[in-house]
Design a protein around this ligand. Sequence first.
Ligand code: SF4
Length: 179
Amino acid sequence: MMVDSVLVHVCCAHCAAYTIRFWQKQGYRVEAFWYNPNIHPEEEHRLRLEATAKLLDEEQVPFVIDPGYQPSVYFDAVRGREKDRCKSCFRLRLEKTVNMALERGFDAFSSSLLISPHQEHENILLTGNMLAGARGIRFLYSDLRRRYSDSRVITKHRSLYRQEYCGCQFSKQERFSSR
Ligand code: SF4
């Protein structure tokens, strides 16, 4: 299946920076999509969203923001599997992305999560392919982890909020309890 256009789920400015340019360099028409109800608390969600929107504006990348802040959607998705929660978190965000991509007529979807060395790539790939299924859309995968520092270089001299933990309440607790 030929791919001309891709909707890229963006998790934060610092992961989006190189990822967006990478898919543009492949010759695709790229738009970005913000949907991250996993981020806790609301102020953190606001800060990351503002930083991402600023970057995308500066890079002149069209983007869609899922409006509002609905953490209950995330907590419902991971309830009972908090220790193994990331797979459900990927699925939640990628499912919304594939639905948005289909609604808006994109050929493919992907995620800036693929540049983070902290994420479980096999799970993201499996989830993306499973969601694409036979729906006439492709999940675009590339292992961009080696480019993580390039993405940081793009954002380094810009005044963009930089987060200190993955996103959810659990990851925040884990991050700060280890200090
Ligand atoms: S650690 Fe990160 S990927 Fe895993 S559930 Fe929390 S926010 Fe989602």
